[in-house]
Ligand binder design. Structure first.
Ligand SMILES: *[C@@H]1O[C@H](CO)[C@@H](O)[C@H](O)[C@H]1NC(C)=O
Ligand SMILES: *[C@@H]1O[C@H](CO)[C@@H](O)[C@H](O)[C@H]1NC(C)=O
Ligand SMILES: *[C@@H]1O[C@H](CO)[C@@H](O)[C@H](O)[C@H]1NC(C)=O
Ligand SMILES: *[C@@H]1O[C@H](CO)[C@@H](O)[C@H](O)[C@H]1NC(C)=O
Ligand SMILES: *[C@@H]1O[C@H](CO)[C@@H](O)[C@H](O)[C@H]1NC(C)=O
Ligand SMILES: *[C@@H]1O[C@H](CO)[C@@H](O)[C@H](O)[C@H]1NC(C)=O
Ligand SMILES: *[C@@H]1O[C@H](CO)[C@@H](O)[C@H](O)[C@H]1NC(C)=O
Ligand SMILES: *[C@@H]1O[C@H](CO)[C@@H](O)[C@H](O)[C@H]1NC(C)=O
Length: 385
């Protein structure tokens, strides 16, 4: 009983605490669940455009699931990307300096024009009534269309609601349910995402205040950096048809640094969207504390997924983008002694079949937002299960 009361207290405490911190940590990320893959995209440029999901679900379990699968890395303006790197490690465990080190597999550095194992794509392709805009190679400003892979130019500012995506430079094999990238939209440059259960992404970026676009546009002054299961953008990131992507059924989204609304335009939140301990995939599970958006300076930080299922987001100017990084360096960057907020996820799978709503919550078709109180009740309930 004491234990239960303590957990109750904890869940209440995390629901009300709201502070600016430098480290946001989800513990126990990963659960036993399942999602549905897209099996068919039909008539994509006709009014009869439709999508089907495979009736055999993909099951998963273990640390960091389902984002142990390949992910793509997404950026929304106002934002300038200076550096990006992706890493994998054999056995890194948060807080253990002697566990695995990190190897860099992809690297972008704007100032030198370096781009290793990186493909910049953007949604500048043809519009389909059920899939939305198709991906193309991005031109050097991040949002125009290019004929072939092009390196993002230094100081490219993308505006509110504009996006680009980073994939690896490894092309997908043929589209097909049992092939390496699953079913994907036939007219896009399709690339593999970033694999690994134990992986890390580093970013150096600016999120300047919006001055160019009008407040009427969607996501005005709401920059973000986030990860999606790489299957999502290869079929449809912003479809209103749930059968056009695996997002609704819970193949995974991890928001690393995200402004949620213009009222709190200086607060960067971190949110997981799947069915781990939450049946509300649109809202997801967020940490109530936030990282401060620096409107004038350069921000440096990242997200690390360790082999125990601890997913940690941080900002720290000591972050370095070297080709190998020691486990002890990462432990220093995410040091929680100064200011941190941690949320321990429940292992409960709360996937209830849904047939309405969109294929990614960042689209304009947000369908459902439960109240904070409902969330709290759900969190308490979960502790009892
Ligand atoms: C992918 O990137 C790596 C590292 O920069 C490079 O060695 C390789 O040639 C690239 N492959 C393709 C197909 O561009
Ligand atoms: C794409 O098509 C959809 C549905 O036909 C439409 O609602 C949307 O406005 C179009 N988007 C653009 C950018 O043209
Ligand atoms: C980006 O480049 C494209 C051409 O590739 C151009 O049409 C577009 O206007 C540019 N966007 C900005 C914001 O400069
Ligand atoms: C490029 O990145 C992909 C995904 O992380 C990885 O599988 C591949 O080994 C990398 N290639 C090189 C040359 O490092
Ligand atoms: C940032 O821009 C918003 C308008 O989007 C404005 O209300 C706010 O005052 C600006 N903040 C600063 C610090 O300039
Ligand atoms: C999605 O597929 C299910 C069958 O798997 C079907 O019942 C439903 O109507 C479809 N939804 C849409 C929007 O096409
Ligand atoms: C803005 O987002 C934060 C974080 O999700 C939330 O707590 C706050 O209530 C939101 N404010 C408004 C006005 O929507
Ligand atoms: C981190 O360094 C950048 C310059 O690289 C600076 O703009 C920023 O203000 C620094 N942030 C902190 C928290 O010291």
């Amino acid at each position: 009983m004491l234990q239960v009361l303590f957990l109750l207290y904890l869940s209440v405490a995390t629901a009300v605490a709201k502070d600016a911190v430098e480290v946001l940590q989800f513990d126990n990320f990963g659960y036993s669940g399942a999602y549905s893959q897209v099996s068919k995209l039909s008539d994509i440029y006709k009014d009869s455009c439709s999508c089907e999901l495979d009736s055999n679900k993909v099951t998963f379990s273990g640390p960091n699931t389902p984002l142990n699968e390949e992910v793509s890395v997404h950026f929304r303006g106002p934002l300038i990307l200076d550096k990006f790197a992706s890493y994998v490690s054999d056995g890194f465990k948060l807080g253990d300096d002697n566990s695995g080190n990190w190897n860099r597999l992809s690297y972008y550095e704007a100032s030198s024009g370096t781009s290793e194992n990186i493909t910049f794509l953007t949604r500048a392709g043809k519009n389909s009534s059920c899939l939305g805009l198709g991906l193309t190679y991005a031109s050097d400003n991040g949002t125009g269309a290019a004929e072939s892979a092009t390196v993002l130019a230094e100081n490219s500012l993308i505006n509110s609601n504009d996006e680009f995506v980073i994939f690896s430079n490894i092309s997908c094999g043929k589209s097909g349910l049992n092939n390496d990238c699953g079913v994907y939209r036939s007219d896009i440059p399709a690339y593999h995402g970033f694999y690994g259960t134990t992986k890390m992404f580093l970013f150096e970026f600016k999120m300047p205040n919006e001055t160019k676009t009008s407040p009427e546009i969607s996501n005005y002054n709401m920059p973000a950096i986030w990860l999606l299961n790489a299957q999502i953008p290869r079929t449809a990131q912003y479809s209103l048809n749930v059968n056009c992507s695996c997002w609704r059924s819970g193949c995974g989204e991890f928001d690393i640094f995200e402004v949620m609304n213009t009222t709190e335009y200086l607060n960067l939140y971190s949110t997981i969207h799947d069915y781990q301990g939450s049946e509300y995939i649109e809202t997801g599970i967020a940490i109530d504390s936030y990282i401060e958006r620096d409107l004038t300076g350069t921000m440096v930080g990242g997200v690390v997924f360790d082999s125990n299922g601890d997913a940690t987001v941080w900002v720290s100017n000591s972050t370095s983008f070297d080709s190998t990084v020691s486990g002890s360096d990462v432990n220093q960057w995410v040091n929680k002694d100064t200011s941190a907020a941690t949320k321990t996820l429940s292992s409960a799978s709360l996937n209830v079949a849904t047939t309405t709503g969109g294929s990614s919550k960042k689209g304009d078709g947000v369908a459902y937002k439960p109240s904070a109180l409902l969330n709290l009740l759900a969190a308490i309930l979960v502790y009892f299960i």
